[in-house]
Design a binder for this molecule. Structure first.
Ligand SMILES: *Cc1c(COP(=O)(O)O)cnc(C)c1O
Length: 367
């Protein structure tokens, strides 16, 4: 079976470093928010030019913490996409605000800027742009749109570690960016983890407190915070893996290029290829079928190729979302996309032979 992700190979590639780190951390006797977290925060900031990185419990908390620090609350609206991880929207709901869903560009799966613009009204407080599948597009224009309408611009970078536009890494466009280090992400911990990145000093100080009960210093609380701390073990492991990120991202890009150059089947549509290779880090490689996706997925399974669907149900069609969102535009592109998309393996440990098997199976597929 060609796996969708290969965590074992990822571990084996840096096994001795990880085991050393593991042992050192256990020996240190300090397990939550300690020197390893600070060290990782600094490394992450330095790598991508953020003024501040704040290690937190997970990617969803990272979004919630940003919204809370910006005082976005009940009665406020936040514009985002129906084609994203459920966590994006859950974080908006958790602060009491209303998610407003706009439509997507069917060629990329990313939020459509015109559709976002049409969704702005007096209640709108922020646009939460998701760099879905690892791709950043139009970040400058979204920023302009936000500035023009006096809205906060927030980035969901959970899938896009290191993706950049005009040599500016995602997370630097908005007032803050939310990263996830869930194990499947391009930079993954061995459990949950996340980070808020920001160049805004005020936001930095308040989120640093908010993640840890809102405390100013130990046992003195200036804010109503939450518990969303990164632990030392995850931070130490992330520091090891961060050294491999660039090389692993290069592998993902090579795989994507191979797919762009070799997949050729009239029943299958590729998403648009980004003009700039730096703008996509291929967390996922997604293709579309106009019909019979399930049949295609079974066909690939029978050929030993594991696939997943991101995402089979758009946010507004989820059972839990009844009455929970607004939309001022129709969401047809998102609905069609959810029915058509399928993600094929794109992890950095695929071998040339695996790629040949995948492409040949896809090219031979007949309806
Ligand atoms: C994974 C993910 C999240 C949530 O991250 P967690 O660490 O799982 O909480 C948010 N948004 C997107 C787009 C994601 O892919």
């Amino acid at each position: 079976m060609i796996k969708f992700n290969d965590f074992e190979k990822e571990y084996l590639e840096c096994k001795s470093e990880l085991l050393d780190t593991f042992e050192n951390t256990l020996q240190s006797g300090w397990y939550v928010l300690g020197p390893r977290v600070v060290n990782f925060e600094n490394e992450f900031s330095n790598m991508f030019n953020f003024k501040h990185t704040i290690g937190v419990g997970n990617g969803m908390d990272a979004i919630e913490l940003i919204l809370r620090a910006l005082n976005i609350k009940n009665g406020d609206e936040v514009i985002t996409t129906p084609l994203t991880a459920f966590a994006t929207v859950l974080a908006i709901l958790k602060v009491g605000a209303t998610p407003v869903l706009c439509d997507i560009d069917p060629n990329t799966g990313l939020m459509d800027i015109q559709s976002a613009e049409k969704s702005i009204n007096i209640k709108t407080k922020a646009i939460l742009l998701v760099h879905l599948y690892g791709r950043i597009e139009n970040a400058d224009n979204f920023k302009l749109l936000c500035n023009k309408n006096n809205l906060f611009f927030i980035e969901d970078c959970a899938q896009s570690h290191g993706a950049s536009e005009n040599d500016i890494t995602c997370g630097n466009f908005g007032i803050a960016g939310a990263y996830s280090f869930y194990p499947t992400k391009n930079l993954g911990a061995i459990g949950d983890g996340g980070a808020v990145v920001t160049n805004n000093q005020e936001l930095f100080t308040s989120i640093q407190k908010l993640r840890n009960y809102g405390q100013e210093k130990r046992y003195y609380h200036s804010l109503i915070g939450m518990n969303s701390r990164l632990d030392e073990l995850q931070a130490a492991i992330l520091s090891v893996k961060l050294k491999y990120l660039e090389e692993r991202t290069m592998k993902r890009k090579e795989i994507a290029n191979y797919y762009f150059n070799n997949i050729n089947n009239d029943n299958i549509q590729l998403l648009s290829k980004p003009l700039n290779s730096k703008s996509h880090v291929y967390h996922l490689f997604v293709i579309k079928l106009f019909e019979n996706r399930e049949y295609f997925q079974n066909y690939l399974t029978n050929n030993g190729i594991e696939t997943l669907i991101h995402y089979p149900v758009p946010i507004h069609k989820q059972d839990a979302m009844k009455g929970m969102f607004n939309n001022y535009v129709d969401l047809n592109n998102s609905e069609n996309f959810s029915n058509e998309c399928i993600s094929i393996p794109c992890h950095p440990f695929l071998k040339e032979n695996d790629l040949e098997i995948i492409v040949s199976a896809i090219n031979k597929f007949q309806l």
